[in-house]
Design a protein around this ligand. Structure first.
Ligand SMILES: Nc1ncnc2c1ncn2[C@@H]1O[C@H](COP(=O)(O)OP(=O)(O)OP(=O)(O)O)[C@@H](O)[C@H]1O
Length: 272
């Protein structure tokens, strides 16, 4: 099975051909994964379009995180190939934002040093590290003291630091696993806005796993809906409202329509 999320595809939810669709960034081919002999993915194919935000949504336990973790190299597939512009993961800069920000930051480093960590590790000179962190501080309009340690920050501040750290190396692809699930609504709105700004500023391809229908739709160019396991693509729903999208978008008829369609497919798959 092969599906393209390319905007140029005439029927974006339809299974088409094996060569990557135009403007494809990430190509997943023949992916298989089983746990304890029970198949989760079998010969799964997918194209992720360059510079777009794709949300992964589906029934509980259908393998949203597993799919993202295999693409991001955090979990080995049993079979299959994943290429980024034809390159392997090792040749590609990626960023990853975990659901549990509390465990994601290094507690012995200040927020500033957490953000700088991947830059220093990559051998960047101190002046360039400083400039890059300051650039991120401006983008995220940071008003709290980055000299503080993670335990001194609110949950939303910690997740903001996680996202800044993930963006520090200017990744080609940014993976986010339920980035809003532990945040209150005010922080969710803030981080949604900042992710959009970062996306507009950098054109980074983004993949977001979400449990929340509204979050999944709000940021996405494409909502990738999965079936129950053994997991296949149920449908790919496009959402083309221009960015930046403000919270008012949530009452826009197109948002309401896409959300309703996404819910309809989700409910069909849950009942299947
Ligand atoms: N390391 C593992 N060992 C055994 N089974 C696993 C492992 N990781 C995931 N699974 C199983 O694979 C299935 C998919 O898990 P995954 O976490 O990817 O789903 P999900 O769609 O992200 O789930 P949720 O909606 O609960 O967040 C689940 O049934 C899960 O129990």
């Amino acid at each position: 099975m092969n599906a393209s999320l390319s905007p140029s595809s005439e029927a974006p939810h339809t299974v088409l051909t094996l060569p990557p669709a135009p403007r494809t960034h990430v190509t997943v081919r023949g992916l298989s994964k089983a746990f304890a002999g029970s198949p989760l993915y079998t010969d799964f194919n997918l194209d992720l379009p360059r510079g777009q935000i794709v949300s992964i949504f589906g029934p509980n336990g259908c393998g949203k995180s597993t799919l993202m973790n295999m693409i991001a190299g955090l979990m080995p597939p049993d079979a299959g190939e994943i290429l980024f512009d034809g390159k392997t993961l090792r040749e590609t800069r990626i960023g990853y934002v975990f659901q549990n920000y509390r465990d994601a930051l290094f507690p012995w480093l200040s927020a500033w040093d957490n953000i700088a960590y991947p830059l220093r590790r990559g051998g960047m000179k101190p002046a360039a590290v400083r400039a890059r962190v300051e650039q991120l501080m401006a983008l995220f309009e940071i008003r709290f003291d980055l000299a503080r340690y993670p335990y001194e920050l609110s949950g939303g501040q910690q997740q903001t630091v996680c996202i800044m750290r993930a963006l520090a190396t200017e990744p080609e692809v940014l993976f986010l696993d339920e980035p809003f699930s532990a945040l209150d609504f005010e922080m969710t709105l803030f981080i949604r806005a900042k992710l959009q700004e970062a996306h507009l500023a950098t054109g980074v391809t983004m993949v977001i796993v979400s449990h929340d229908l509204e979050d999944a739709v709000f940021l996405a160019d494409r909502i990738l809906l999965l079936t129950r396991r053994p997991t296949r693509i149920a449908e790919i729903v496009p959402f083309d409202l221009p960015r930046p999208r403000s919270p008012e978008v949530m009452s826009d008829p197109e948002f309401v329509r896409v959300k309703a369609r996404t819910l309809e497919v989700f409910r069909r798959e849950v009942a299947a």
